[in-house]
Ligand binder design. Structure first.
Ligand code: ADP
Ligand code: MG
Length: 652
């Protein structure tokens, strides 16, 4: 794979301004021209950058730009020093002037490991120009096929004074020669140049000029090195202190000696730079204008920088916190093409490796089988093909944004509850043939009710808080149902019930509904996806969705099971997935088992001193366990009715 490298000649950067830190920002985000070039480069596809600088500016350079860029690019530094001359040559006494752009490239030979683009740090080249050169380099080509971006002269001159440009002779799209004109002045739509300061010659405004944006194959690097001694032999005697080995000298040599070709890639982009102090305002205006036209975001480089390490369509354009999730930090990420993504910093509570392997496998499977593109979550991989990206701030993942959807915090109508049942049923159905046993358990034994009882017995025995004596009724309630509570677990172990992929967090805010029809699209938030039983997801939904009271209601007379909602959920769930007869017959066990198990966990936590569930009042966990047990008792009251409803809705 060809990975083009961006080589930025920055040895003289900021010298016009009295130092790097004195470079005037071109917007109110404190951004300087090189930020825009780097952004365009990132957007075009460059992921590797080599900065050619002088050792003496290294600290400032890193501070002003380099360190920041390490979050987005693989960054290398090359030092261009006056004393880097070939063996057998001496630096002339009194020489301080750098040896020129050709020397800069020669210095970078060992740092550049692919086809490369070259540009000046102080110049603005434009979005299209950067894309053009990247696309050229990305293509497989012969070692002697090079390119240069050709600007229209009129787009590169300043109102404030004269500029120096490489005037190109172009034939059939290929460069024939470049002539450096060091003094070009704007004249209306055209320009004029002078060699002696007195006589001016006309230059057409449409003349193609070089702004030193080149695209080279890697092989040319040797020539930059090898041709330097001959240049020194010829020029040192004539002009030891000022002679410069220019990049176009090497480019011209390719053409004159028939060694290679240089394609001219035309661009209509406008150059900006601050050759004169008066130029600054025009750059500031241009940047403001381009931002208004949405060519650039307000802030080019946003946090979390992890966003820049995924296979996005376009470049990040905006990023903000999104949604009401409590577990992960969620961001809405919009790119330059308008594509929207969800970026999430994954909670540290999870084992990220196993968790993301689960999600990668499940999303791949469901996306391949969903008939509607919004019918399953689509994961976006990192640039190196991994399901998540890690930096010093955490682990991150990206999903396609489910467009034209809504996500409710809770069911607002019975129809919403029905649609959530459809969504979780459809999720189950899409994963019908998925080998559930290959998934890991982010929370081991999550719905292993037998194991939950084991932990309860331990807590009861230790009774570290001395609370057991005050909750004898609740303890008796739990113990009386121990045998029955293990039914599903035993059926799972015996294989009587098939192992399935379960979601385990079946709240409504993990369901996407169509914004217009309010019908189920897909389920999200797959952090707790695990092997399990269909009855788990079904049962947990009933536990909180078909109860008439909040989970921590103190007035237990309010806690009832709403059989209409039970029927609605059953209908939605079964309409979307095909289960085995045995699964259907035991579905209502799921409702009771999940409710009982949840109550056991609240009671266990209460006995242990409230370490697991966050409490907001002293007996919060006790209140919670009581609502669950009341609900279990309610279900027992209408147990036959529940079984009948399931049967009816299954069409049995
Ligand atoms: P948490 O684990 O913190 O609950 P979620 O994955 O549920 O995180 O995401 C939080 C919220 O972000 C969701 O409730 C939903 O509003 C929104 N969201 C998450 N993923 C998507 C997506 N793919 N498309 C659209 N919105 C999403
Ligand atoms: Mg969620």
């Amino acid at each position: 794979m060809r990975e083009p490298v961006l080589v930025i000649m920055a040895a003289g950067m900021g010298s016009r301004f009295g130092g790097l830190k004195q470079i005037a920002p071109v917007d109110d985000q404190n951004q300087i021209i090189i930020d825009f070039s780097l952004y365009d480069a990132w957007k075009a596809g460059f992921r590797k950058v080599v900065f050619i600088i002088k050792k003496e500016i290294e600290a400032d350079f890193r501070e002003v730009i380099g360190d920041r860029m390490e979050k987005y690019f693989e960054v290398k530094y090359v030092f261009q020093e006056v004393d880097k001359v070939p063996e057998g040559y001496a630096v002339p006494e009194g020489r301080t002037k750098p040896w020129g752009t050709g020397h800069a490239i020669a210095c970078a030979r060992d740092a550049v490991d692919g086809p490369f683009a070259v540009l000046n740090a102080d110049d603005y080249y434009g979005t299209a120009a950067m894309q053009t050169i990247f696309d050229f380099l990305k293509e497989e080509r012969a070692a002697n096929e090079h390119a240069m971006v050709g600007y229209n002269l009129i787009n590169t001159v300043t109102e404030s004074g004269y500029v120096s440009r490489g005037v190109c002779e172009v034939k059939d799209g290929y460069l024939q020669s470049v002539t450096e004109r060091t003094h070009i002045e704007k004249r209306g739509e055209h320009a004029a140049y002078t060699e002696d300061g007195d006589n001016y010659l006309h230059l057409d405004g449409q003349t193609i000029v070089s702004m030193n944006l080149w695209g080279f194959q890697r092989e040319i690097l040797d020539q930059f090195v090898d041709r330097f001694p001959a240049f020194l032999d010829e020029n040192l005697p004539k002009n030891p202190l000022k002679c410069e080995y220019f990049l176009p000298t090497v480019a011209n040599a390719q053409l004159q000696e028939g060694l290679g070709t240089i394609r001219v890639l035309p661009t209509n982009d406008v150059w900006y730079g601050v050759t004169y102090a008066e130029d600054l305002q025009s750059v500031v205006d241009a940047v403001a204008d381009m931002k208004a036209k949405k060519v650039y975001p307000e802030k080019l480089w946003m946090e979390p920088s992890a966003a820049y390490h995924f296979q996005l369509e376009g470049a990040p354009f905006s990023m903000e916190r999104y949604g009401f999730g409590h577990i992960n930090a969620t961001y809405l990420l919009v790119t330059t093409t308008g594509r929207r993504y969800i970026l999430q910093r994954i909670s540290d509570a999870f084992d990220v490796e196993g968790l993301m392997a689960n999600i990668a496998a499940v999303t791949k499977f469901t996306a391949e089988r969903a008939t509607d593109p919004r019918g399953a979550m689509t994961m976006v991989y990192t640039l190196d093909g991994k399901p998540y990206y890690t930096d010093e701030t955490g682990h991150y993942r990206v999903y396609d944004f489910v467009e034209d959807s809504i996500c409710l915090q809770a069911a607002e109508t019975p129809e919403d509850f029905y649609e959530s049942a459809v969504a979780f049923g459809a999720f189950q159905q899409l994963l019908n043939d998925f080998p559930a046993e290959t998934l890991s358990e982010p929370i081991p034994n999550f719905h292993n009710t037998v194991d939950r009882y084991r932990i309860f017995h331990e807590a009861l025995e230790k009774d570290v808080m001395g609370r057991a004596k005050d909750v004898q009724d609740e303890i008796a309630f739990v113990l009386a149902r121990e045998e029955e509570a293990g039914t599903l677990q035993r059926m799972r172990e015996s294989g009587e019930l098939p192992l399935r992929v379960t979601h385990n967090d079946t709240k409504l805010n993990n369901v996407m509904l169509d914004a217009e029809t309010r019908k189920a699209l897909c389920v999200i938030d797959l952090d707790t996806v695990m092997p399990g039983l269909a009855a788990y997801d079904f049962g947990d939904s009933i536990r909180f969705g078909a109860s008439t009271a909040a989970e921590d209601e103190k007035d237990l007379s309010k806690v009832k099971i709403n059989l209409d909602l039970f029927r609605i959920y059953t209908r939605g769930f079964l309409s979307a997935c095909k289960l085995t007869d045995r699964e259907i017959e035991t579905l209502h066990y799921g409702a009771k088992t999940m409710t009982l198990e949840c109550g056991v966990r609240f009671l266990t936590d209460y006995l242990q001193g409230d370490h697991y569930f966050r409490i907001h009042r002293p007996e919060h966990n006790l209140d919670r366990c009581r609502t669950q047990f009341k609900l279990v008792a309610e279900m027992e009251q209408c147990w036959d009715e529940m079984a009948k409803i399931v049967k009816e809705e299954a069409g049995r």
